[in-house]
Design a protein around this ligand. Structure first.
Ligand code: UFG
Length: 348
């Protein structure tokens, strides 16, 4: 069975993909710095390496020791809002450290990559829903880092015959069946977890960032896609490359938009809680509307997302939040350094 390296496999989307890969019988290695990831979500049966992609020697040692058939690259900073204040941090991690990964892949002849890209590439839409050939004009630095990395991938394709599939996620949400793994960022900036933390009484209120957008109710509209549907798309993309498929880019969304107010109303219904709402100013770098046209991946790879209702998506996230009201354990710095000094948790 193929051996897949998952960078960022201790993170939100990465951990859902790791779970699916194991269910399908793949051998999996996970590489994660644990700066944002959680060791608890990494299953015992994977090789785990706590390493930052900035560490070229460490990367080389991992590739020297293993023979990977493909890499799935999730490791990155993701918060559009924060990227506007700390662009250097985003460009270093998402672009420069990503090149370290590509270089070591080329050195060890690993030529297949699935890349976590984003709808933030498109910026303010000229056409809605957005197709993959829509102009790429990000309005936040996070989106720019992902656009640059997609360009870098196309250069590696030309120069080294890298085969890659970039998956452009719209708004990932929800949690795996069983609610063992789910969304837990620190700091949390995403709408659905923040709304649910408010429902749990962990926060006093949810702020709506901007009520004067050119949308029906004045708040931003997003396309929420369930994380398990995203995981299925990764599997299809991986199988496609392993079977000799060509490089490509695909949108991953539901094709339906929900405003911030609609998400809060749906969360009130699902949780049965009153959620206090405070209207606030706009957050920098937020496009008004982002809705996907995902016809291409449905037609080409047969992707068939199961979660289409926002309430069903929020329901799974709510189960996760109720099960983990304080999120995953935060590692003490002693445990963090102990892990760092033991690079593999499971030998191979
Ligand atoms: N929002 C609020 N209040 C909050 C948090 C968010 O009103 O407390 C609003 C935001 O302003 C935005 C919407 O809710 O209008 C969704 O915001 P999120 O932070 O949940 O998600 P983003 O749309 O900013 O970004 C997410 C991913 C990106 C991805 C993008 C693509 O984090 O990686 O979706 O659609 F690029």
């Amino acid at each position: 069975m193929s051996h897949i390296l998952v960078t960022g496999g201790a993170g939100y989307i990465g951990s859902h993909v790791v779970k699916l890969l194991l269910e399908k019988g793949y051998k999996v290695s996970v590489l994660d710095s644990l700066i944002n990831g959680h060791i608890e979500v990494v299953p015992e049966e994977v090789n785990f390496y706590q390493i930052d992609l900035a560490d070229k020697e460490g990367l080389d040692a991992i590739f020297e020791k293993n023979t990977f058939d493909a890499v799935m690259h999730f490791a990155a900073f993701i918060e559009a809002g924060i990227s506007m204040n700390e662009p250097g941090k985003f460009f270093t991690n998402n672009c420069s450290n990503g090149i370290n990964l590509l270089e070591v892949m080329m050195k060890y002849d690993v030529s297949k990559l699935i890349f976590s890209s984003t709808a933030a590439l498109y910026g303010d839409p000229i056409q809605t829903p957005i197709k993959e050939n829509h102009p790429l004009q990000p309005v936040n630095h996070y989106g720019t880092t992902k656009l640059i990395f997609e360009k870098i991938l196309s250069m590696y394709k030309e120069t080294y015959n890298l085969k890659y599939i970039a998956l452009r996620y719209f708004n990932a949400a929800g949690a795996d069946q069983g609610a063992e793994i789910g969304e837990d960022h620190d700091p949390e900036t995403h709408l659905i977890p923040l709304v649910l933390q408010t429902a749990l009484g962990k926060r006093d209120d949810i702020k709506i960032f901007g009520t004067d957008y050119d949308t029906e109710d004045g708040t931003c509209v997003r396309d929420y896609i369930h994380v398990s549907d995203l995981a299925e798309a990764h599997l299809l993309a991986l199988e496609n490359l392993l079977e000799g498929g060509q490089s490509d880019q695909f949108n991953l969304g539901n094709g339906k938009g929900f405003s911030v107010r609609e998400v809060i109303e749906a969360a009130k219904k699902v949780t049965g809680k009153d959620i206090k709402v405070v209207e606030a100013g706009r957050r920098e770098g937020d496009p008004a509307i982002l809705i996907a046209d995902s016809t291409k991946i449905k037609n080409k790879l047969g992707w068939d997302p199961k979660f289409t209702s926002i309430e069903d998506i929020i329901k799974t996230a709510w189960e996760f939040h109720m099960k983990h009201p304080d999120g995953f354990k935060k590692l003490s710095s002693a445990t963090f350094f102990e892990l760092l000094s033991t690079p593999t948790r499971a030998g191979n």
